[in-house]
Design a protein around this ligand. Structure first.
Ligand SMILES: [Zn+2]
Ligand SMILES: [Zn+2]
Length: 107
């Protein structure tokens, strides 16, 4: 699948146009040749451009939404931006959970 970077149309086969240099594929709707591979977001099911964001699973909108929701929740329930920053570090792998689990806990 492809996504048109001009109008956002998702298409499997584009429209084939011909010119002196040969055949080329364009968006079937706006006929722009600026398109990229389309990736289906695993959360919302919308397609997004593989060029738009460096993830193979989720679109930018879902990432923003989840991050905003999580931040709001954390700020409310964890009581402060510092805790959010710490949690974010853990989620992104900068801080390993085992580094913050108290040592010598009973099994
Ligand atoms: Zn288009
Ligand atoms: Zn999404």
């Amino acid at each position: 699948m492809y996504i048109c970077l001009n109008c956002g149309e998702i298409f499997d086969k584009g429209k084939i146009l011909h010119d002196d240099s040969g055949d080329y594929q364009v968006c079937p709707v706006c006929r722009d040749d600026d398109y990229s591979d389309a990736i289906k977001c695993e959360l919302c099911g919308e397609y997004y451009s593989s060029l738009s964001i460096a993830t193979e699973h989720f679109c930018a909108r879902c990432i923003d939404e989840v991050r905003d929701t999580a931040r709001e929740f954390m700020l409310r329930h964890l009581g402060g931006f510092e805790r959010w920053a710490l949690l974010e570090g853990m989620v992104e792998g900068e801080i390993k959970p085992e580094e913050i689990i108290p040592q010598g806990r009973p099994e």
